[in-house]
Write a protein that binds this ligand. Structure first.
Ligand code: FMN
Length: 159
């Protein structure tokens, strides 16, 4: 078993967002994949400790903001390095809008938004795998999507 082999898989990066009553939240994920196109179905794996997972389990819907190469590191620290259980991630932040169901998405630093409805869930050891229909989607810009490799090389500060 080579961990290096697994590191040769490629990924995009996304802001996965949900709503629980009046509470908005979202986190950074790399695990969104389109699995069928007709119907248009995606999967996303979300860690069991993540507040976003709990919110999606409850509301059964979420948005995926497809992050673009102009996303600054601040987007990753805001949504990926702290939990919505502890902080309001939208404080001093205005680069978002809402889909018809009230769920937030990024209107800057993202080149598309997918509005999704959960159809099934599978509990894995550390994560919940959500399977969801893409109800609506919209292109937001023509800036290329950020890959995990691009993030590591160009966005994440070097130590
Ligand atoms: C580059 C990057 C990729 C990440 N990918 C995932 C992922 O695929 N699944 C996941 O559950 N968390 C992932 N995370 C971690 C979550 O974004 C992080 O745990 C977040 O603080 C959870 O916030 P929440 O508790 O408000 O949901 C990633 C974080 C970063 C910075």
């Amino acid at each position: 078993m080579s961990t290096n082999a697994m590191m040769n898989l490629t990924y995009g990066l996304f802001m996965l967002s949900a709503k629980d009553g009046e509470k908005d939240n979202g986190c950074i994920v790399n695990t969104v994949s389109q699995v069928t196109s007709a119907p248009n179905v995606v999967t996303v794996a979300v860690g069991k400790a993540n507040y976003t997972r709990e919110m999606i389990k409850k509301a059964q819907c979420f948005n995926v903001s497809v992050l673009s190469e102009d996303a600054p590191f601040e987007i990753f620290t805001r949504f990926g390095f702290q939990s919505g259980r502890d902080v309001d991630k939208l404080i001093d932040f205005s680069d978002y809008e809402r889909t018809y169901d009230g769920v937030i998405y990024l209107n800057k630093y993202a080149n598309a938004v997918l509005n999704c409805e959960v159809t099934s869930m599978r509990e894995l050891s550390t994560h919940t795998l959500f399977v969801a229909y893409v109800n609506t989607s919209k292109v937001l810009s023509d800036v290329p999507s950020v890959t995990y490799n691009y993030y590591q090389t160009n966005i994440k500060p070097k130590r």
